[in-house]
Design a protein around this ligand. Structure first.
Ligand SMILES: *Cc1c(COP(=O)(O)O)cnc(C)c1O
Length: 377
């Protein structure tokens, strides 16, 4: 059997390596390492794929979030509502800019921020909502967009885990994750569904003025060279990464379909095991399975993880600690017990290997391993 990994980038490279090599070679020959033609071409191709007017690439997904908040003109003290169950980047940049993070519980089923929770957290100082499309499934964007209109709030969608997922609105029209709010941000970290071979990120928007502001801020606040209109940052996608991403974008839908097939296999294997809760598939979103995340009942999650480790089956806990009780965020004044849903999820979740190159033999080995754990007593 091929060696099991959470994300198998080596097998992927074996599959598409020839094309990748050509793409990188051509950048090496042109020596246009920064702002080479591939960067603009990739931005245009991603615009077409997502159906969004502007894609502005940057150095990583964390920068994308920071640049989005700067471009919207958020000021110290402004409150930004986001989920307590996410990767730290989302909240880190809020704090870095002197804004006030207000954390909200996720829904236990979808893992995504609760719209009802957002409503309750709004104060006169609230300026923005940052929904995260966690594990490959969209947050309830139609509800969230309504709340934002009612209260005159900005929406920044953190799409790092859901590039390519579609959100279905009641008008029946699908909208791609990241293209619904004022700004969408994403990451091309190697393990993401659309990943490069290093760091990379992008911002998405339909708004011309915001797009111009984002371009300026991500390039030292300059529109005309050496004339600086905004306080900016230096955050670019380099040309080699853009060339890699142009190749990988062509495969994104087929890779996402392979992930879905693996998820279907897992679901079928686990659905009748009473101690396992398979991931909920919500009606208003497609699922591109950035992660395949189970919930384990009866406090046996850690024991299962250890058991799988002995069988050389990798697994990960996304996420083990709620942001509300992270040491770095103690200044926010939250304490244990404030977020019972998040705290429970952190003790129950476990993610299994998920990538487009999982084969039948591997899936069988993984699912048998998990089921064997629950059979033995
Ligand atoms: C990966 C990730 C980011 C950060 O992306 P980087 O490119 O690693 O900076 C932000 N938010 C979420 C939800 C992520 O999963």
């Amino acid at each position: 059997m091929k060696e099991l990994q959470m994300v198998d980038l080596r097998s992927q490279y074996e599959r598409i390596g020839a094309e990748i090599n050509d793409a990188i070679q051509s950048v090496l020959k042109s020596a246009a390492f920064i702002k080479g033609p591939e960067v603009k071409l990739f931005e245009e191709e991603l615009q077409r794929y997502l159906g969004v007017k502007h894609v502005i690439t940057c150095a990583n997904g964390t920068d994308a979030l920071q640049i989005a908040m700067m471009a919207l003109g958020l000021k110290p003290g402004d409150e930004v509502i986001t989920t307590n169950f996410t990767f730290i980047a989302t909240v880190e940049v809020v704090a870095l800019l002197g804004l006030k993070p207000i954390l909200v519980e996720p829904e236990e089923g979808s893992f995504n921020i609760s719209a009802a929770g957002i409503k309750k957290a709004i104060t006169p100082r609230t300026k923005a909502i940052v929904p995260v499309h966690l594990f490959g499934q969209c947050a309830s964007m139609e509800d969230i967009a309504k709340i934002a209109v009612e209260h005159n709030l900005f929406i920044i969608e953190d799409t790092a885990q859901a590039t390519g997922a579609a959100c279905f609105f009641s008008d029946g029209k699908p909208r791609k994750a990241g293209t619904i709010g004022d700004i969408g941000t994403t990451s091309f970290f190697p393990s993401k569904n659309l990943g490069c071979y290093g760091d990379g990120g992008a911002l998405l928007t339909d708004n011309d003025n915001l797009a111009a502001k984002i371009r300026s801020i991500s390039n030292h606040g300059m529109k005309v060279r050496y004339y600086h209109d905004d306080i900016g940052v230096n955050s670019r996608l380099d040309t080699i990464q853009a060339a890699v991403l142009r190749v990988k974008l062509k495969y994104l839908d087929s890779f996402n379909r392979s992930r879905l097939e693996a998820a279907d296999y897992y679901d079928r294997a686990f659905m009748n095991c009473p101690e396992i809760i398979i991931p909920e598939r919500i009606k208003y979103s497609s699922h591109i399975f950035h992660q395949y995340t189970l919930k384990i009942r009866n406090n046996r999650r850690n024991e299962l993880k250890e058991y799988l480790g002995k069988l050389n089956i990798p697994s990960m806990i996304y996420y083990p600690v709620p942001l509300s009780v992270q040491k770095a965020f103690s200044f926010m004044g939250y304490k244990e017990g404030d977020f019972p849903v998040t705290e429970k999820l952190c003790t129950e979740v476990i993610s299994l290997p998920m990538h487009p190159d999982l084969d039948k033999e591997q899936l069988e080995y993984i699912t048998n391993g998990v089921l064997k754990f629950f059979e033995k007593r």
